[in-house]
Design a protein around this ligand. Structure first.
Ligand SMILES: [Zn+2]
Length: 107
């Protein structure tokens, strides 16, 4: 059994060479779900069909890009295309089955 990359090694590998599986390190046919927000963090479910590993890529908030100050929208009548609800405690299990195991947070 191959040891998974440490989070630091994984980030370095992905930054330098592109996405890969943190377990078997193959980089083709990786499957990604839509990113989701948890507070200031973006999480993206990922899966490697080669070894069956599943993980969540974690993207911290690293800054912001402000639109021009004259590029404002009316405070009334503005409709967000996606709701901006923070989901710090999303009870959905990772595999979508009731009572399924949640992934332990990365430390
Ligand atoms: Zn893999």
């Amino acid at each position: 059994m191959t040891m998974p990359l440490t989070p630091g090694a994984y980030v370095a590998r992905v930054t330098q060479q592109g996405p890969c599986c943190p377990v078997c390190q193959q980089d083709t046919q990786l499957l990604y779900d839509s990113p989701s927000m948890e507070g200031p963090t973006i999480l993206q479910e990922a899966m490697c069909p080669a070894c069956g590993a599943r993980w969540r890529d974690v993207y911290p908030l690293s800054g912001y890009v402000l639109y021009a100050l004259d590029d404002v929208v009316p405070t009334s009548g503005y409709v967000m295309h996606t709701s901006m609800v923070s989901r710090t405690d999303d009870p959905r299990p990772v595999d979508g089955t009731p009572g399924g195991q949640r992934h332990a947070p990365q430390t």
